[in-house]
Design a protein around this ligand. Structure first.
Ligand code: NAD
Length: 302
C-alpha cells in the first residue's frame, strides 16, 4: 500500500477530545453547556440508530441532550409546534430533525421552520446562503462536508490552488463540499469542478484531480486508472453490497463498500479514506462541533 490511510475513527476521537475540553472550559467560565435536541417521528430502525448514536455522543461530551421521539402519525402542525418550542428554549443550541420524515409531512416546511441560528445540520436556506457568501458568514457548514474538509486539512494535504474534483451534486454532500473548498481562506482556495450523471467524460475530470471527493452512491464507480498518482481520495459513498455475520456480536450486519475501488486505488493515491471508518464517523463529530459553535455564538465567544 502506498497511500496514507485517513482514518475517520482516529480523527473523530481527537476532535471529540478537543470539543469535550472546550465544553468543560465553557461550563467553568459561563456555567452553561451546549444543548442538542434530536426530533424523531416514527420508528424507522435506521433513523433510531442514527439518533441514538448522536445522543450518545452528545451525552459523553457533557451536552444537555434531549431525544424527542414522536409517533409516525404525528401531524405536520404538531411537529411545527414542537420545532417552535425548541426554537424558543434557551437551553437548546442545536435542533436536529431526523430525516426521512413520515410521507404526510413536508420535510422542507419543517427544516425551514428551524431557527437558522440553531440549525446545526446547516440545511436551512439561510445557512445555505451563508455558505455561498463564505468567510465569516458561514455559521454551520453541513456536517458531512465539514468533516471531509477537516479530514483533508488535518492530513496536511495542500488545498490552495489544488484541483478538486467532486463527483456528485447533491445538496447534502456534493454542492456544499464544492462550496467549502472554493472559499477564500485556509483549508480551501481550491479550483473546483463538480461532475455528475450528465458529465461527458467523468474519467478525464477525475484524472486531473489533486483531491478527488466521490459522493455518488455507486459502488466501484471510480476506477483506479482515473486516479492521479499521489492524489488525495475521499470516498464518501456508503453502499450495502451484501451481509455477513459480525464476529463481535454474532448478528447479521451489512457489508459496506465505497464508490472507489479501494484495494487498487490505495496503490496509486497519496491519501485515501476507507469505507467504513472514513468519512462516516466525521459526520456526528461535526454535528457536535456545530452545536458547540452555536453556544459560542450565543455567548459571543465564537
Ligand atoms: P445523492 O443520490 O443525493 O447524490 C448522488 C450524486 O451522484 C448525484 O448528484 C448524481 O448526479 C451523482 N451520480 C450518481 N451516479 C453517478 C455516475 N454514475 N456518474 C456521475 N455522477 C453520478 O447521494 P448523496 O446523499 O450525495 O450521497 C452520496 C453517497 O454518500 C451515498 O453513498 C451516501 O450513502 C453517502 N453518504 C455518506 C455520508 C457519511 O458517510 N456520513 C453522508 C452522506 C452521504
Amino acid at each position: 500500500m502506498t497511500a496514507k490511510l485517513i482514518k475517520g475513527t482516529e480523527l473523530r476521537d481527537k476532535i471529540l477530545e478537543e470539543i469535550e475540553a472546550e465544553v468543560n472550559e465553557i461550563k467553568e467560565k459561563h456555567g452553561v453547556v451546549p444543548g442538542l435536541v434530536t426530533i424523531l417521528a416514527g420508528e424507522d430502525p435506521a433513523s433510531i440508530s442514527y439518533v441514538t448514536a448522536k445522543i450518545k455522543t452528545a451525552h459523553k461530551l457533557g451536552f444537555n441532550e434531549i431525544q424527542d421521539t414522536q409517533p409516525a402519525d404525528l401531524s405536520e402542525e404538531a411537529l411545527l409546534e414542537i420545532v417552535e418550542k425548541y426554537n424558543k428554549d434557551d437551553s437548546i443550541n442545536g435542533i436536529l430533525v431526523q430525516l426521512p420524515l413520515p410521507k404526510h409531512i413536508d420535510d422542507k416546511k419543517i427544516l425551514n421552520a428551524i431557527d437558522p441560528d440553531k440549525d446545526v445540520d446547516g440545511f436551512h436556506p439561510v445557512n445555505v446562503g451563508r455558505l455561498m457568501i463564505g468567510g465569516d458568514a458561514i455559521k454551520f457548514p453541513p456536517c458531512t462536508p465539514a468533516g471531509i474538509q477537516e479530514m483533508i486539512v488535518r492530513s496536511g494535504v495542500e488545498t490552495s490552488g489544488a484541483e478538486v474534483v467532486v463527483v456528485g451534486r447533491s445538496n447534502i454532500v456534493g454542492k456544499p463540499i464544492a462550496n467549502l473548498m472554493l472559499q477564500k481562506g485556509p483549508g480551501a482556495n481550491s479550483t473546483v469542478t463538480i461532475v455528475h450523471t450528465r458529465t461527458k467524460d467523468l474519467a478525464a475530470h477525475c484524472k486531473r484531480a489533486d483531491i478527488l471527493i466521490v459522493a455518488a452512491g455507486v459502488p466501484g464507480l471510480v476506477k483506479p486508472e482515473w486516479i492521479k498518482p499521489g492524489a488525495c481520495v475521499i470516498d464518501v459513498g456508503v453502499n450495502r453490497i451484501g451481509e455477513k455475520i459480525s464476529e463481535k456480536t454474532g448478528k447479521k450486519i451489512a457489508i459496506l463498500s465505497g464508490d472507489v475501488d479501494f484495494d487498487a486505488a490505495k496503490e496509486i493515491a497519496g491519501y485515501i479514506t476507507p469505507v467504513p471508518g472514513g468519512v462516516g464517523p466525521m459526520t456526528i463529530t461535526m454535528l457536535m462541533k456545530n452545536t458547540l459553535k452555536s453556544l459560542k455564538f450565543k455567548l459571543g465567544i465564537a
